[in-house]
Design a protein around this ligand. Structure first.
Ligand code: NAI
Length: 306
């Protein structure tokens, strides 16, 4: 199993590290445009192999796509991250050009690959990959909901004063501060709805804290986060590589599902060796449906900037 990660920055390197530590891939190619940067990150990571006990070979390359040939899965993290006070949508000007060029170069050398888009604004970048390549829809996946759901579970566990493994919850919708739809109604603690333990006010606070999860970290760090994004990407990669048939909310091209068309937005999907093997339609209540409609409006407004 060969995996390419484009962008050896904070998220790309963290993602390569988690993939390697999980030890399911034979090779990870880390590619960056900055001369020597990916080579340095790859060498540093390879020097953790004996310490962390993995056999995955990590190779770094500067913009040489021939080295990515025949990758089973390609992850796109190249582009600029947001600074404190910025929205993800503000990154579109620079990142759209990067994502378009990078996806075309990847497909040239790996025509059968599955692409995972991470660069922001992620739903729009995923849509751009659909529009600018001829890959079938099940091979283009946007990563956002897996991270947002991990942040949701973190906030739920905090509010419940419970271990995270007791908590389950999912965030669908757009990967933006206003677009996320945390499904508090369906969140549980050991199968018991969290509303049994938390007041409406506390649940609303959890929802708000989840939606600004990325912005909170950007303010603290001065740039966007990398550990949880890297771990979330590695989870998607592993589900595909190991044909796990695991369910994650991912940005996916909708064709009628959730009453939407011609948009990439977060919805639950089953991931396996073929990429997106099924889009799962869950029954939403009126408030959740209205929230999804608003979320889609925001994503479409950003898509219009392409
Ligand atoms: P970073 O600045 O640390 O790394 C980006 C890397 O991309 C740099 O090393 C840069 O040299 C490289 N790059 C730029 N243009 C390139 C090109 N044409 N070809 C190859 N490499 C190129 O940024 P970071 O923190 O790793 O974030 C990367 C992206 O991921 C940002 O757009 C950020 O907003 C996004 N992100 C998305 C998340 C999600 O949940 N979807 C979560 C966190 C970040």
């Amino acid at each position: 199993m060969k995996i390419t990660v484009v962008g050896a920055g904070a998220v790309g390197a963290s993602c390569a590290e988690y993939i390697a530590i999980k030890n399911f891939a034979s090779e990870v190619v880390l590619l960056d445009i900055k001369e020597g940067f990916a080579e340095g990150k790859a060498m540093d990571l390879m020097q953790t192999a004996s310490l962390n006990g993995f056999d995955t070979k990590i190779k770094g390359v500067t913009n040489d796509y021939s080295k990515t040939a025949n990758s089973d899965i390609c992850v796109i993290t190249s582009g600029i991250p947001r600074k404190p006070g910025m929205t993800r949508e503000e990154l579109i000007g620079i990142n759209a050009g990067i994502v378009k060029t990078v996806s075309s170069s990847l497909i040239q050398h790996s025509p059968n690959t599955i692409i995972i888009v991470v660069s922001n604004p992620m739903d729009t970048m995923t849509y751009l990959v659909h529009k600018s390549t001829n890959l079938p829809k099940h091979r283009i996946i946007g990563m956002g909901g897996a991270l947002d759901s991990a942040r949701f579970k973190y906030r739920l566990a905090e509010a419940l004063d419970a271990p995270i493994s007791d908590v389950d919850g999912m965030v669908i919708g757009g990967h933006s501060d206003t677009g996320m739809v945390p499904l508090t109604r369906l969140a549980t603690r050991n199968s018991v709805p969290v509303s049994k333990f938390l007041s409406n006010d506390r649940l609303n606070q959890v929802m708000e804290d989840t939606k600004v999860g990325g912005a909170t970290l950007t303010k603290l760090l001065g740039t966007s986060a990398w550990y949880a994004p890297g771990a979330a990407v590695s989870g998607l990669v592993q589900a595909i590589a190991c044909d796990q048939k695991k369910m994650f909310p991912c940005s996916v091209l909708l064709e009628g599902e959730y009453g939407m068309n011609d948009i990439c937005i977060g919805a639950p999907v089953i991931l396996g060796r073929n990429g997106i093997e099924k889009i799962v339609e869950i029954e939403l209540n009126d408030a959740e449906k209205a929230h999804m409609v608003e979320s889609a409006k925001g994503v479409r407004a950003t898509n219009d900037l392409l």
